[in-house]
Design a protein. Structure first.
Length: 387
């Protein structure tokens, strides 16, 4: 008789062709953040066909499903994001996106197929489970708004732990990257408005040039990290948009607008950034005779902070199903999975897919053989978490 892990591996392996086809179906029909209506209905169809309950929650897109064990017990959550990107696909694949200008260029179709696989495996074993596995198919990860919406809808009520993953193109296929503590950065967005005095480009002495002042601000903001933050604390300040003028070559505009991103790991560093950045922005602008204001945009996500106990559980699960484990390399990219970790202990891991192109590239692909391995990993992790 097969033991529990052997059954999980056998069930996941048998599902491989089906999970690949599910992933390809999802890949053909990408929907960007907040528009995942077809995706939500397709996921609901597959789940209900398998006899898996879908909760009635007030969600426009995305859904929450449950596999309920024979005996009452803890509630463990598994999470997959479901939105695509406004990227025109260039892979040339037979199952490439059929929606112009939109693509699953971050692998969320891979994530969905992986967690569908875990759900199907666990459904086949529900008579042996003590407790409930709740699968969160989350919309709007790319806009960092979907996790908060699920939490408001009650998706974490009663949950004791949350587990999730992201594909990692530069990690060997089938390998799992696990790390205790910070894995992905907190994300904040800043908007800077520089007010000067417009005029003729040939008579700059009669103007207060917001382009020059704004350019000085861009350069000075680099000191927020290089000279005002400990070199032992990772942080990034990047100005990514600079808008000024109407296109005329000889008109100094009256104002300029800059948008940027701030990335940090340490909550204390994150907390002091707004005051530090505002001081740099306003005082540099004043030095050029201009006025500037800095606004921190709402909706910033905290850092992904992996709980030590949950990270150890994921390591045990990976070893049990025969997936090689390595120390995950952190990234300054952000993930709203962090919102769940503000409520319950959780762990977010990398699933290696060995792709030459990185996230958001028009030729991004994944190794589909990893889907069933990931399904086995999360089914095993859920069983361990329920214990």
């Amino acid at each position: 008789m097969l033991n529990l892990t052997e059954r999980i591996l056998s069930l996941a392996a048998d599902l491989t062709p089906r999970l690949i086809e599910m992933r390809r179906t999802l890949h053909r029909h990408p929907e960007v953040s907040g528009e995942e209506y077809w995706t939500t209905q397709q996921l609901k169809l597959w789940l209900t066909e398998a006899g898996i309950a879908v909760l009635d929650l007030p969600l426009a897109t995305g859904l929450v499903a449950e596999i309920r064990g024979a005996q009452p017990g803890p509630v463990v959550a598994l999470r997959a994001d479901i939105d695509a990107l406004p990227v025109a696909e260039e892979t040339g694949l037979q199952y490439a996106s059929e929606v112009p200008g939109k693509m699953h260029a971050c692998g969320h179709d891979f994530h969905m197929a992986t967690m569908l696989g875990a759900a199907l495996v666990l459904k086949a074993m529900e008579g042996e489970l003590t407790g409930t596995v709740r699968v969160l198919f989350q919309a709007a990860e790319e806009t960092a708004s979907g996790a908060a919406a699920l939490i408001r809808a009650g998706a974490l009520e009663g949950v004791t732990a949350v587990l999730g993953a992201h594909n990692k193109p530069d990690l060997a296929s089938g390998h799992v990257g696990i790390k205790v503590g910070p894995l992905m950065a907190a994300v904040d967005t800043i908007a800077i408005h520089v007010e000067g005095k417009g005029g003729h480009g040939a008579i700059p002495d009669l103007t207060v040039d917001p382009v020059v002042a704004g350019s000085a601000i861009v350069m000075a903001l680099q000191t927020a990290v290089s000279r005002n933050t400990s070199p032992l604390e990772p942080a990034v300040v990047s100005i990514c948009t600079f808008q000024a003028g109407s296109g005329a070559h000889n008109v100094i505009p009256p104002s300029a607008t800059l948008l940027g991103t701030v990335r940090t790991f340490n909550p204390a560093v994150r907390a002091r950034m707004p005051e530090l950045l505002e001081r740099i922005v306003t005082e540099v602008a004043a030095g050029y005779g201009a006025r500037a204001t800095l606004r921190l945009m709402p909706g910033g996500t905290p850092a992904v902070m992996n709980d030590a106990g949950m990270a150890d559980l994921m390591r045990q699960a990976a070893e049990a199903v025969g997936m090689p484990v390595s120390e995950a390399v952190p990234t300054m990219g952000g993930e709203d999975f962090a919102e769940y970790q503000q409520v319950v202990p959780g762990c977010f891991v990398w699933l290696g897919t060995g792709c030459p192109e990185s996230w958001h590239h028009p030729r991004f692909v994944v190794d589909e053989s990893v889907i069933s391995k990931g399904a086995a990993l999360f089914a095993q992790a859920a069983v361990l978490a329920l214990k």
